[in-house]
Design a protein around this ligand. Structure first.
Ligand code: HEM
Length: 165
């Protein structure tokens, strides 16, 4: 569900957050190599991600896409999400006031939770290593992702999911 937009949060703040956050991601020993393998044009990626976050938080972006499908081929586990969210929280705290930072972190936690469910990742395990036969697992994860609103194209990427922890 959409939340009120803090007065201090606008498109330029979102762009600033995205810019600094992805500079950290690129340099991060865990996340950097995964991104650097698939992202050729960091300027374009930042523009895309600014549009995504402006759509989520400001309802002003024009992002249309399917984030879950983009993450499915990547080899990512809960440790990547943990690091991603840690860097996001850190960067939001550095650049935004308390209210705006809390909003952006809350959105990321809920979207990240939905994505982890959609990718079949739970608690401490990678879905693929969970021992569930692959077909049953795929069906389970598709159903679960659908319930969390992350498998279709993202009309409302800010749709809430239960809190991460
Ligand atoms: C809350 C957590 C996350 C959110 C909200 C998020 C969101 C997104 C979005 C919206 C895109 C663009 C999809 C498109 O092209 O339309 C994207 C791309 C990408 N994300 Fe994430 N992501 C998250 C976590 C992660 C994590 C943990 C990784 C692991 C390294 C990751 C790696 C990538 C990569 C490599 C791309 C580029 C994919 C490509 O261009 O093919 N993301 N992400």
């Amino acid at each position: 569900m959409s939340q009120p937009i803090p007065a201090s949060l606008d498109e330029s703040k979102v762009a600033l957050l995205v810019d600094h956050f992805y500079d950290k991601v690129r340099a991060d020993p865990l996340l950097g190599p995964i991104f650097n393998r698939v992202v050729d044009d960091w300027g374009a990626h930042k523009v895309l991600m600014t549009s995504f976050w402006a759509t989520v938080a400001l309802r002003s972006g024009h992002y249309r896409g399917n984030p879950l499908a983009k993450h499915q081929p990547l080899s990512i586990g809960v440790e990547h999400f943990r690091r991603w969210l840690g860097l996001w929280r850190e960067t939001a705290g550095e650049l935004l006031d308390t209210e705006a930072a809390a909003l952006m972190v809350g959105y990321a936690e809920r979207i990240g939770y939905g994505m982890r469910i959609g990718l079949g990742l739970s608690g401490h395990q990678r879905g693929r290593e969970s021992g569930i036969p692959i077909r049953a697992h795929q069906v389970a994860r598709q159903g679960s992702a659908r319930r969390h609103g992350v498998n279709a194209s993202v009309a409302d990427p800010g749709r809430p999911a239960p809190a991460t922890r």
